[in-house]
Ligand binder design. Structure first.
Ligand code: ADP
Length: 366
């Protein structure tokens, strides 16, 4: 119920109660007069009282209706309209971020005006701190991007040097050392690549090339590429598609980016699952979306890590002891890419046994 309807109703009820009291006293008076005066005089007085009663009731009725209308209009003008306008301005700010001035409140009560002023000063503080956050975030992105670019050139030099060294006459021990250095160098190049990706995505510089993508074909390709890694970790890697190839709709995606996300999820599945375990990938279409699930029978995600694994640089303790190498950047980038596609990336613990299922959802193309 609106504030003015409420006040008008209260007004009407109060007047009805007052009217009932007046009518009750007049009725009481009529009975008293009847018992005190001779019958003919009493009758005359009774008739006059009855007329008075009717006029009184009609007058009170008209008066209460007029009063209720006046209250309705005045409260609407003074209170309800300014409050509604304020709520509209707040809604616009909350949904679009656009701040328009609160109009038409000069006649409103002092309290409403001071509410509008408080709202405006609150928003200007929010704007200042939002701008500061944006500046800090841009500086951070710029810094990461510059640092990553600076690291890339010497890293490439080191890689070339190691490749040249590999061709020399080396002892078995030296070959092992060079290979280990090469593999660490590869990890470092991957981290630098991810840092560059982060700054590009966060600064909005990354341009996605959306096109219809056949998820079935993409998953076949990715799973095949992972076969050697899975075999070397004694993991059984499967891709089971719950729908026929022809019925699984294409998704709207940037092929390379989604391939990157899938690589990341499957690699995590393989690396965080003890030997003898399974990583099963499945795809299913529902409600204009395709859901791709990567389910492993691995170490799982402990409760203390659940809220953090999508944070930048976060690595679970168990994960670090299982797999020393890792940056804690993969899932952060993967989720950003998923949401930039209008999809999502989430995970849940397996119900029937150990391990985790990551679910990537993507919108259907067209
Ligand atoms: P990284 O794997 O390099 O540590 P990610 O961003 O890919 O970085 O993952 C962040 C953290 O999420 C991991 O360190 C690990 O704690 C957890 N995690 C990711 N995938 C899995 C998985 N399949 N099983 C268990 N933990 C996982």
């Amino acid at each position: 119920m609106s504030i003015r309807a409420l006040l008008a109703t209260v007004m009407l009820v109060a007047l009805a109660i007052a009217m009932a009291f007046v009518l009750f006293f007049i009725a009481l008076l009529r009975t008293e007069i009847g018992s005190l005066l001779p019958i003919d005089i009493a009758l005359q007085i009774d008739q006059s009282l009855q007329m008075l009663l009717t006029m009184q009731a009609a007058g009170l009725f008209v008066m209460s209706v007029v009063l209720a209308i006046v209250v309705f209009i005045t409260i609407g003008y003074l209170l309800a309209n300014p409050l509604r306008e304020l709520a509209r301005v707040m809604d616009t700010y909350a949904t679009t971020g656009e701040l328009r001035p609160v109009a038409g409140i000069t006649e409103a009560p002092k309290e409403v005006q001071s509410l509008a002023t408080s709202f405006e000063s609150l928003i200007s503080r929010v704007e200042v701190s939002h701008k500061r956050d944006q500046d800090v975030s841009r500086m951070k992105s710029d810094f990461i991007s510059t640092a990553a670019h600076q690291l890339r050139t010497p890293l490439t030099g080191i890689r070339w040097a190691l490749e040249a060294l590999e061709k020399e006459q080396l002892t078995e021990n030296q070959v092992a050392l060079v290979q280990s250095a090469k593999s660490k160098g590869k990890d470092l190049v991957a981290v630098v690549g991810m840092l560059l990706d982060i700054s590009a995505i966060e600064s909005g510089k990354y341009q996605y090339k959306f096109e219809p993508v056949d998820i079935h074909a993409l998953l076949d390709e990715v799973v095949q590429n992972f076969a050697p890694l899975a075999a070397s970790h004694q993991i059984s890697l499967f891709y089971s598609h719950e729908e026929e190839k022809t019925t699984l709709p294409s998704v709207k995606a940037d092929y390379e980016r989604i391939k990157w996300v899938l690589n990341n999820l499957i690699e995590n599945g393989v690396l965080y699952t003890p030997p003898g375990g399974t990583v099963r990938i499945s795809a299913e279409g529902a409600e204009k979306r395709v859901f791709i699930r990567v389910k492993d029978t691995g170490i799982g995600i402990p409760p203390e890590d659940k809220g953090n694994i999508f944070e930048r640089f976060y690595r679970g303790k168990e994960a670090v002891s299982k797999q020393n190498a890792g940056s804690g950047l993969g899932l952060y980038i993967a989720r950003t890419i998923a949401t930039d596609h209008g999809g999502d990336l989430n995970f849940a613990a397996n119900k029937e046994g150990p391990g985790t299922t990551f679910t990537l959802s993507l919108p259907v193309a067209g």
